[in-house]
Design a protein around this ligand. Structure first.
Ligand SMILES: O=c1ccn([C@@H]2O[C@H](COP(=O)(O)OP(=O)(O)O[C@H]3O[C@H](CO)[C@@H](O)[C@H](O)[C@H]3O)[C@@H](O)[C@H]2O)c(=O)[nH]1
Ligand SMILES: [Mn+2]
Length: 746
């Protein structure tokens, strides 16, 4: 525990997590890696230079370096314990919070999902007059706006119901699909429950019906008239106050505001980061709360106390100037059994991020995070005098030309509370700050707000905050704070991963790279290593691919790169292999997962490295050479939003499905290479022109086993089968590889 002593009990505790066994394993692995390097150097010096050994050496050098980075991330984990009950006794009033929900495409992100998130936000356990929910719609969709208006009507009965019965899950679709009536409850409850469920069902159907009639370009009347000429990528700003808590009533509804920033095809909009900056400004001129919580449209509030939890850290008297943001884990509700796509991130969220929390703090993950507004306005820790930093001219140069916004920014930076003003009266200023060219010639996206330059704006923005010397905290309450939806099936999980890898690598080569700014920023040394680790995940794919094709090369060209079985050094790579897999298995057991889940994650990790990471690298190379820009492709959300959600027992739900996406080509190619290598090795053995390379054969078999789903895909039909063009491209590439291997040995 690291808390200053005082007579009042603390609002939170920061507790070290013991992990002696893991440290021991990690260090052992490190020494084994070093021994392997030593062995490689010895071979290189005694046998002379060979390309094969050089590649093996470089790969192993990479693995060793990367292991040091991994070790750093896991070395000193901490967890936070919060006491919201004490907070309520201590403070007279909790501070206002602005909540941002982003959505960008009504097809990929059906409005019913967004409104469920919004409903869960409106129903949080927090004084309603302190909350305002801003929904950013990057598609300018009349359907989304219509759905929000309908959702508001439903909220008027949903909120009282939630508060009366202390409902935990306040996203209706989830609540009704996970709770059933039992005879223990009162008849009044039965009556209310059935009524609300019917109302929700009606709301859902209304939106479904509307989806058929309300489309872009159709004639719209009344409140929707503003959308008549709007095109998703070309339209003026639209800001609408759907609900305003006019009298500042505690038990009423929080404010709800719809924001669609202007889009102009000539002006870059910077995807989500751009949307977040507009939300920051619009909320600045409207409510200007000192704290901002942001959520993806599919991340609903699962624990209604989250804001109180976070306030335990943010309001703690002695550390007011330390924690810039509080991050909650990304947890998913639509997880399939045993995590077949390896994207539930359970080990990451329950183990790895605690490791990050033990240094300067967790990275910002883009959703489920509460920021201090003034930090995003560029403030550094312990920076007292705002007036000295900004003169009038500098203010406009930094924050842009809106008088009202600049005024609000000054108040934030001075930590002045804003008097509640009438939202509708500030509509005019919101239009001003939501224009597409507002950020021209000022500091938005560079010094203030969400940072531009990477499609993982979150990690970049968080790093820039850490660079100022701020810390961040990680809270993992039970039940989980927020729940989102992870992509299932087809190329979606892979393209999702590819986008992350592209974005991370983008930061590494940008001017913000923590290598370049090492002398001028306040990142702690270990925190810098942590960011390096994250940025290099994608890059590591190159070495993984080398290492996966080396054994195949050896079998084809009748050579060796690993020790023979009779040599005692074989223990080193063997032990390394076992320990690495065992270490991962221990993490899975510790988080209550099965051996199956471990295996699924293991193979998916390997598949991801050789597909999405590889293509991520390619995307970044294209960007460097100006061939194409990196794009934020929105992930398709599953819309299991009806209240009667029947869990499908379909055993094939977790099976990988394929299409002609280039993502599937590299893995298929590598798989074919392994198969060809085994076959050729076998033929040569028959002809007894060689000894048997046991280690190499084992490596090939391991890769084939990891790519089993692809092997099945080579023979399956329909969605489960690899399509002909993919098979054809891969065969050509594999054939080329085999041919080249044979050439080198001639
Ligand atoms: O032009 C855009 C593109 C996306 N979004 C929103 O961004 C969010 C995240 O998009 P999604 O496709 O779901 O991406 P994920 O990979 O699931 O998002 C993770 O990764 C992103 C980039 O690192 C972070 O911004 C997210 O918060 C984090 O959940 C969604 O609410 C979108 O509506 C926009 O508002 N405008
Ligand atoms: Mn998402």
């Amino acid at each position: 525990m690291e808390m200053p002593k005082s007579n009042t009990p603390p609002l939170f505790e920061r507790v070290r997590i013991e992990n002696g066994l893991k440290r021991f394993i990690d260090i052992t692995i490190f020494f084994l890696l070093v021994s392997l390097l030593g062995y490689r150097l010895f071979l290189l010096s005694s046998h002379g230079f060979s390309c094969l050994f050089a590649i093996a050496f470089l790969s192993e050098l990479w693995f060793t370096f990367n292991w040091l980075l991994t070790l750093n991330c896991n070395w000193s984990p901490v967890r936070y314990q919060t006491y919201p009950q004490r907070l309520l006794k201590r403070v007279e009033e909790v501070p206002p919070v602005d909540i941002f929900v982003t959505t960008a495409d009504p097809m990929l992100e059906p409005p019913i999902i967004t409104i469920n998130t919004v409903l869960s936000v409106l129903a949080m356990e927090y004084p309603a007059d302190k909350l305002a929910c801003y929904v950013s719609d990057d598609a300018c969709s009349p359907l989304t706006f219509y759905s929000l208006c309908q959702a508001l009507n439903f909220a008027k009965i949903w909120l009282p119901f939630c508060k009366k019965y202390k409902v935990q899950v306040r996203a209706p679709f989830r609540y009704f699909s996970t709770t059933r009536l039992s005879s223990n409850e009162s008849t009044q409850f039965h009556h209310d429950w059935t009524k609300i469920k019917d109302e929700y069902e009606e709301l859902r159907q209304k939106i479904e019906e509307a989806a058929k009639t309300i489309t872009y370009g159709c004639e719209l009347k009344g409140e929707l008239a503003d959308f008549s000429n709007a095109k998703p990528k070309n339209h003026p700003p639209i800001v609408k106050v759907i609900w305003e808590n006019k009298e500042g009533v505690r038990d009423e509804l929080p404010a709800l505001i719809y924001v669609s920033r202007e889009k102009n095809p000539q002006i870059p909009h910077h995807y989500k980061a751009g949307a977040m900056n507009v939300l920051t400004r619009v909320s600045g001129v409207m409510t200007n709360a000192p704290y901002m919580l942001n959520l993806d449209c599919d991340m609903f509030v699962n624990n209604p106390d989250v804001l109180l939890q976070a306030m335990c850290l943010l309001l703690h008297p002695t550390i007011d100037k330390e924690y810039a943001f509080v991050q909650f884990p990304q947890t998913f509700y639509n997880g399939l059994k045993d995590d077949p796509f390896g994207n539930q991130w359970i080990v990451t969220m329950q183990i790895l991020i605690h490791g990050q929390a033990g240094v300067q703090g967790p990275m910002y993950m883009g959703t489920g995070c509460i920021h201090r507004r003034k930090v995003l306005y560029g403030q550094s820790p312990k920076e007292a005098n705002v007036d000295a930093k900004y003169n009038e001219e500098k203010l406009y140069k930094t924050f842009g030309n809106s008088k009202d916004f600049v005024k609000s920014a000054i108040r934030s930076l001075r930590s002045f509370a804003d008097d509640s003003n009438c939202l509708s009266s500030s509509i005019k200023s919101t239009y001003e700050v939501a224009t597409a060219d507002y950020e021209h010639n000022n500091a938005w996206g560079s010094e203030v707000g969400w940072k531009y330059g990477s499609i993982v704006e979150d990690v970049l923005t968080g790093m820039e905050i850490h660079k100022k010397g701020w810390k961040s905290a990680y809270i993992t309450p039970t039940p989980p704070a927020f729940l989102g939806c992870a992509p299932l099936g087809g190329p979606v999980p892979l393209s999702h991963h590819k986008r992350a890898m592209t974005g991370l690598l983008e930061i590494l080569i940008s001017k913000n790279s923590p290598i370049l700014t090492a002398l001028s920023d306040k990142l702690q040394f270990r925190q810098r290593l942590m960011y390096m680790w994250a940025y290099l995940i994608g890059f590591g794919a190159i070495w993984e691919i080398c290492y996966a094709t080396l054994p195949a090369f050896c079998l084809i060209s009748n050579s060796h790169f690993l020790p023979k079985v009779q040599e005692p050094v074989i223990c080193v790579p063997l032990l390394l292999f076992v320990l690495l897999k065992l270490r991962m298995l221990l993490d899975f057991f510790k988080t209550g997962q099965s051996v199956r889940a471990w295996w699924n994650n293991l193979r998916m990790e390997k598949i991801q490295k050789m597909s999405s990471s590889l293509l991520g690298i390619v995307a970044v190379i294209f960007k460097i050479f100006g061939i194409s820009e990196t794009v934020f492709e929105i992930t398709k959300k599953e819309s299991s939003s009806s209240s009667d959600d029947i869990k499908s027992d379909d055993g094939d739900l977790g099976r990988l499905t394929f299409d002609e996406s280039p993502l599937f080509v590299p893995v298929t190619t590598i798989l074919m290479i392994q198969l060809a290598a085994l076959y050729i090795g076998f033929l040569q053995m028959q002809a007894s022109v060689r000894e048997f390379g046991v280690a190499e054969v084992m490596c090939c078999l391991w890769t084939i086993l990891s790519f089993w789903s692809f092997l099945r895909g080579m023979f399956a039909k329909g969605n489960y089968g690899l399509p002909w063009p993919t098979l054809f491209k891969s065969s050509v590439l594999a054939f080329l590889f085999v041919y080249l291997c044979q050439q080198t040995t001639k």
